[in-house]
Design a protein around this ligand. Structure first.
Ligand code: KG4
Ligand code: ZN
Length: 346
């Protein structure tokens, strides 16, 4: 089939993004991938403020789209469809993207395609590494944590996931507890480099159970308690002890993710015996220790390990454009009644 050129738009969290992707199902190229992040806008608040996020998206989305078209060196007449994240996410942000995409679609007559943000993450390994369905996906970000058996672009089986916090949230809270900067993941990972991962005995919740569910909120509480003990003992947090606590926390998250990935591989193969790939996506998949440990699990279980480049692990619009390409290929387009959905399970 002829290559398709898709404009993707993403605004469901704190990144305003637009991208152009060209190709066919299973073999597509990223022509541009523009991401404006809002870290600075939220810095004073210690977290994402939905109202500020929505406003920032509305202000920047046109620029992101202009830049994406310019960098890709295509104009709208060369685009085959407009794909936009229609959920799940912060509704104000999702609405900014959906309204913008509807306007473009109405003005140009181009097909409009609503994409599930999680599908975008889950399909990224196909965009970067052209791996075939079915595969096992571990999606780990600030808001999500789940194992998905990806059978096709619109066919997912959820094998398990967190029953409370996402691991990225736990990294962010641990950073806050220990006085490190946000986003917490990179800060904790950096601090952990000099630490001893065995210094603090932190819990590995649900690890002993045979299912693929995880829990991270108890871990955060344990870090809080350990910090208070440290402060009582040293009347402060010595840098070396902070490094130990970060390393111990990171080791606990890694053990849970690896242990549950082992169980998820078994569960996935019980459904589809031909699953030979474990792919990761989401911001937490940027963590070197976690990647390394998953890589070792895969070597041991004769599984191919796929970890997209960091820029495509975190929120971006190239993944939305690619998911849109697959939907367009399957004839699945939307019309101007497309709605923005704050919650939208795969
Ligand atoms: O996928 P993402 O960019 O946004 C969504 O949550 O959808 O993920 C952001 C999360 C944050 O919680 C951040 O602290 C975490 O990913 N993160 C990391 C690392 N880099 C980002 N966590 C652990 N290690 C990292 N190197
Ligand atoms: Zn995301």
């Amino acid at each position: 089939s002829a290559p398709l050129t898709i404009l993707g738009i993403e605004s469901s969290c704190d990144d305003t993004a637009a991208a152009v992707v060209r190709g066919v199902a299973g073999s597509a190229t990223i022509l541009s991938n523009i991401v404006f992040d809002q870290t600075k806008a939220h810095a004073d608040f210690g977290g994402i403020v939905p109202e500020i996020a929505a406003r920032a998206h509305a202000e920047k989305i046109d620029h992101a789209i202009e830049d994406a078209l310019m960098v890709a060196n295509v104009d709208l007449s060369e685009i085959d469809a407009i794909a936009v994240t229609a959920g799940p996410g912060l509704i104000g942000g999702v609405l900014s993207g959906v309204m913008c995409a509807k306007g473009l679609s109405a003005a140009t007559g181009l097909p409009l395609i609503g994409v599930n943000h999680l599908a975008g993450h889950a399909l990224t390994p196909q965009l970067t590494d052209s791996i075939a369905f079915p595969y096992l996906m571990l999606l780990v970000s600030g808001g999500h944590c789940q194992f998905l058996l990806v059978q096709d672009h619109d066919k997912y089986i959820r094998l398990g996931g967190t029953i409370d916090d996402a691991p990225g949230e736990a990294f962010d809270k641990t950073a806050r507890i220990l006085g490190l900067s946000q986003p917490g993941g990179p800060a904790v990972e950096h601090a952990a480099k000099d630490g001893d991962a065995r210094a603090f005995a932190l819990p590995r919740p649900l690890l002993g159970r045979d299912d693929c569910n995880m829990s991270f909120s108890g871990l955060k509480t344990a870090v809080l308690r350990a910090r208070d003990d440290v402060i009582t003992k040293y009347s402060g947090i010595p840098l070396a002890v902070r490094a130990d606590l970060c390393a111990s926390f990171q080791a606990a998250v890694t053990d849970v993710l690896v242990g549950k990935s082992r169980k998820a591989l078994i569960a996935a193969r019980a459904i589809s015996p031909d699953v030979n790939t474990l792919a990761v996506a989401g911001g937490v998949a940027a963590n070197g220790t976690i990647r390394q440990a998953l890589n070792e699990l895969c070597a041991e279980t004769e599984t191919i390990f796929v970890a997209p480049p960091l820029a495509l692990c975190t929120d971006n619009a190239a993944m939305i454009a690619y998911a849109g390409l697959l939907r367009l290929t399957a004839g699945m387009t939307d019309d101007l009644t497309l709605s923005a959905r704050p919650r939208w399970p795969l």
